[in-house]
Design a protein. Structure first.
Lengths: 443, 543
């Protein structure tokens, strides 16, 4: 246990630097029962609009392979990767992008609902939880945040922009402003412990009273409206649980992150916001504020303009151009390569941050990079691109390129394998008839 | 799901005969002899509403004095059908709960420290901890925050919370009570006394009507006067309800609401995040989106105050600009400082259709888009969205070739019969906008050739050859289909749901009549809304 004496520089909107003392809120008040169990973590990264299979797919054999042009930025980490190719990414309800992003991590179809897709009946939210939420549940993570949803310019609140689901019809919105993430997640760490204890007790009283009102009013309503208030009550209860969870900090690498002012929604801020979010994500893991996190770059149908690569076109517009359009192919290759660099940057951060009990954060983490489509101009989800990094200290063998091409296997099976890789012995995931167990030979 | 299925079954069961009966019961000219709710046959379910961020900010500012912008820290509203208040799209998460807690604490602290506001509510100063005064403050604040009198149980629960938290000082207890009330469902949602298991629609009580009225007309909770009227039973008759409506319609807050509604309807609320290729659009700067947003807000608010007819919205050759925005458009600087109302050339300008915000949103970063502009007219003004392209087609906008004008780049759409079958109803409308570039500025040439802004309006009740936006605007303003669509958009926003039943069809027809009748306008249409059974009554609820 180490006392922390870091200072943080927090820049306000005006750019003025405010120095805050880094207070010692981190002493454990009680040992966590789970602290002795091996720590396991799971991180998801999303990028949009499919990729170019010809530029994405590695060549060679399972253990001796050459990275593709798009994946080249991951070369330094090749021994830690498992590249999975040839699966069919399941999804149904709504248009290809909607059910692509909605089914990507849930392995479940979308409900009917109010969001009018393109060329499809209107669809709602996904019908089951996403893989990260199942992992958080199975690991019974003792951290204040069951999971942390971060994003970069994720756009409107609809089912084109949601990939994480706590349960059916319960999308978890990513926060795409780093300053808001900092305020929401890290504030307790630099609040005086005595002040924090008082604040928490008071908030518990308030939320107890609030919860009682949800119960009261819910009982007066019809079933459909009652479900809405009951879901809200559950959300209030989760915040209450957070208030009673001790901040256990025993990692010297934990320190208050620096958040520089950035216009979070400006197109050209996209790389800077992403870098800040990866810093915050890494530090939230180092400080054991959470063990399950996601980073959603933009959204399905992303129209980010990669001007910093000299590409003025909207990404989605580009993704619909022909395979024989060399200008589009070049630009899409550059865009997807840039995302591979970001994945590499995330891995670098995890590898560069010591874990509490020795080693690095990366040693106890599995990272998954996924996409709502395989290919943008056909909306195909056959041969969807998955890159895993790290084995979470578990049985997954890395340094592999595993192709299931031609086997007609659903990606739900990959989700089962991921659970198994984290020592969660589930045998199925998502919609039952979209799953027939773990992928052969992966874990 | 239950609601959706019920709505679907209801729709499916409506035969032509039932529809005729329902329409017959609804007097399109808005007159009734007995003051009974209009369009009462075949009601659709009324889903539980939650405050949008727009409504939450305005309401919490009214109640506690914090800035309305605190709402910006809440997760964004789910948006569908272009509106932020469609109830079936809501979702809730612990992020919502955490942010509601955070803002409620700020608001509680602000109000607990504001003796003048506390005294105005309670009639005494509760901040010293006087027990009788605290007992007066809780129901007084509760009545405003929950928009009705507290029950004895609710009062007791809040007094208990005060007792538990009034340490170290009484204001700690007051701020805790305020914070709790501002997170309760009675505040964040609009629960209405449901007739669970009943078989017929029930009239809403006064406070529930006041709440519907205030949110629909002002985008905020009812004020003290409206609640007092409601408690006195004055909203229980059509006459009383209309009198209250007229008072709110005269309030500036109704103008804010109209601006909010119309901004979403015209899809211009996203202008703030629009950017253009600045190599091609050299005058577009970081300040342009904000200026275009201000211009449109002022145009809409001015229309509301001076007579918000459909024709004004579609055709008025006026706008607002300051010297900087006028320079952007290539117009002479207006007299006076700041934004001024300026008259435009009626052969070029036509209401919302030539607002820079509208034109820039419905364009690409590097070129105009006859498709997006034509599609908007179809989907948002005629309520007949074109079928999307079949999924097998590789769709992409033509690459910008500076030697070709836009019209020639989109020639494929008419050359290929499969494309033409739908684009025939979009592109020829969009071509009429070709004098306006992707940044909303007038242009005489495109790719060094004179702009050809001719087009065709086809498949509507106002078909015509087109040449420029004013020719389109004039036709749209004469269209019964456009009026019906405007009424449909308002209905969706006002009720937070799609139209689902014969009762809804009847109501929309009645609203459209109020919009187009002699002397009719959007104010008359809003006024007509409160006469509807969908507004005044609550249908039976599934237990």
């Amino acid at each position: 246990m180490k006392r922390l004496s870091r200072r943080t520089i927090l820049r306000g909107a005006g750019g003025a630097a405010i120095a805050l003392p880094w207070l010692e809120a981190m002493r454990p008040r009680r040992a966590r029962a789970a602290a002795t169990a091996p720590v396991k973590r799971f991180v998801v990264m999303f990028s949009a609009n499919g990729t170019l299979p010809t530029q994405w797919t590695p060549t060679g054999s399972e253990t001796s392979f050459t990275l593709s042009p798009i994946l080249t930025p991951l070369a330094a980490h090749q021994a830690d990767l498992v590249i999975v190719q040839g699966l069919y990414q399941q999804g149904a309800g709504g248009d290809g992008h909607q059910n692509g992003i909605g089914g990507m991590l849930t392995g479940s179809p979308l409900n009917p609902g109010p969001f009018a897709g393109v060329g499809a009946p209107p669809a709602g939210w996904a019908t089951g939880p996403s893989i990260d939420q199942r992992i958080a549940e199975a690991l019974a993570v003792p951290t204040p945040y069951r999971s942390l949803e971060l994003g970069v310019q994720v756009g409107a609140a609809d089912n084109w922009g949601r990939m994480i689901y706590q349960a059916a019809n319960q999308p978890l919105p990513p926060t795409d402003d780093p300053a808001a993430v900092y305020d929401g997640v890290f504030t307790d760490l630099h609040t005086d412990p005595a002040v924090l204890a008082r604040l928490r007790a008071r908030r518990q009283s308030i939320l107890d009273a609030v919860g009682a009102e949800y119960t009261r009013i819910s009982g007066q309503l019809g079933s459909a409206d009652r479900q809405r208030l009951d879901a809200h009550l559950q959300a209030v209860r989760e915040v209450e649980v957070r208030l009673t969870t001790d901040l256990v900090q025993n990692n010297p690498a934990c320190h208050d992150p620096t958040v520089t002012a950035v216009a979070a929604q400006a197109n050209d801020s996209f790389p800077a916001v992403g870098a800040l979010q990866m810093d915050l994500l890494t530090m939230a893991l180092a400080c054991d504020l959470t063990r399950v996190a996601s980073l959603q770059w933009s959204r399905s149908v992303s129209q980010v303009r990669f001007t910093w690569l000299g590409i003025p076109d909207g990404h989605h517009d580009l993704s619909h151009r022909s395979d024989t359009d060399t200008d589009a192919v070049n630009k899409l290759t550059q865009i997807n390569t840039w995302y591979a660099q970001q994945m590499a940057g995330l891995i670098d951060r995890l590898k560069n941050t010591p874990d509490a009990n020795g080693g690095t954060l990366f040693d106890n983490t599995i990272v998954l990079w996924c996409n709502e489509l395989a290919k943008g101009n056909t909306h195909s989800r056959q041969d969807a691109p998955y890159v895993l990094a790290g084995n979470g200290g578990g049985p997954l063998q890395t340094g592999r390129f595993v192709s299931y091409e031609g086997q007609s296997l659903p990606h739900n099976n990959l989700m089962v394998s991921l659970l198994n890789a984290l020592d969660i012995p589930d045998t199925t995931f998502g919609k039952p008839d979209w799953c027939n167990g773990p992928l052969p030979g992966l874990v | 799901m239950t609601l959706e299925s019920a709505g679907f079954a209801r729709r499916a069961s409506v035969g032509a005969a039932a529809l005729l009966v329902a329409l017959g019961a609804c007097k399109g000219d808005g007159t009734t002899t007995n003051g009974a709710p209009l369009c009462a046959a075949d009601p659709a379910p009324a889903p539980l509403r939650r405050m949008t961020r727009f409504e939450y900010g305005r309401t919490i500012a009214d109640l506690t004095g914090v800035a309305a912008t605190v709402a910006e820290t809440l997760p964004p509203d789910e948006e569908t059908m272009d509106f932020d208040d469609i109830a079936s799209a809501y979702s809730v998460s612990s992020l919502h709960a955490a942010r509601y807690l955070d803002v409620a604490e700020q608001a509680g602290a602000a109000l607990a420290a504001d003796t003048a506001r506390l005294m105005a509510l309670a009639g005494c100063d509760p901040s010293g901890g006087d027990a009788a005064c605290v007992a007066a403050f809780v129901p007084a604040f509760g009545r405003r925050a929950w928009r009705r009198a507290l029950t004895a149980d609710e009062q007791a629960a809040m007094m208990q919370l005060y007792a538990d938290t009034a340490s170290p000082g009484p204001t700690d207890g007051l701020s805790a009570v305020i914070a709790a009330m501002l997170q309760a469902p009675q505040f964040l949602y609009r629960p209405e006394p449901a007739a669970v298991g009943a078989t017929a629609p029930a009239p809403l009580d006064g406070p529930a009507l006041a709440t519907r009225l205030a949110f629909m007309l002002t985008g905020a909770a009812p004020d003290d006067a409206l609640l007092a009227d409601a408690e006195a039973g004055m909203l229980d008759t059509e006459g009383g309800l209309l009198a209250a409506t007229d008072r709110l319609l005269a309030d500036d807050r109704a103008a804010d609401l109209f601006v909010h509604f119309a901004t979403e309807w015209w899809e211009v609320e996203s202008i703030g995040s629009v950017d253009k290729n600045r190599t091609l659009y050299r005058t577009w700067t970081d300040a342009t989106p904000g200026a275009l947003a201000t211009e449109t807000q002022m145009f809409l608010a001015d229309a509301w105050r001076t007579g918000p007819t459909l024709a004004t919205l579609l055709t008025a050759p006026v706008t607002f600009a300051d010297a900087s925005l006028a320079a952007y458009y290539g117009l002479p600087a207006p007299a006076g400082t700041g934004y001024q109302r300026i008259a435009l050339d009626p052969t070029r300008a036509a209401g919302m259709l030539t607002q820079g915000s509208f034109l820039a949103v419905h364009a690409k970063a590097d070129q105009t888009s006859p498709v997006l502009r034509g599609k908007f007219v179809r989907a948002q003004l005629f309520c007949t969205p074109p079928q999307p392209p079949p999924p097998t087609i590789v769709v992409s906008p033509p690459v910008v070739d500076p030697t070709l004008p836009t019209r020639q780049r989109f020639a494929q759409h008419t050359a290929n019969p499969m494309c033409a079958s739908c684009h025939l109803y979009m592109d020829p409308i969009g071509f009429a906008f070709e004098h306006y570039d992707a940044g909303g500025r007038w242009r005489d040439t495109d790719a060094d050739m004179p702009v050809d802004a001719t087009g065709t309006l086809a498949g509507t009740d106002v078909d015509a050859p087109l040449d420029g936006v004013p020719s389109l605007a004039t036709r749209l303003a004469q269209s019964a289909e456009v009026a019906q669509c405007a009424a449909t958009q308002w209905f969706r926003y006002a009720f937070g749901r799609s139209e689902q039943s014969a009762g809804d069809t009847c109501a929309i027809a009645s609203l459209a009549s109020a919009l187009t009748a002699p002397g009719g306008d959007f104010k008359q249409m809003v006024r007509q809304t409160v006469r509807m059974a969908a507004f005044r009554t609550l249908p039976p609820v599934t237990p």
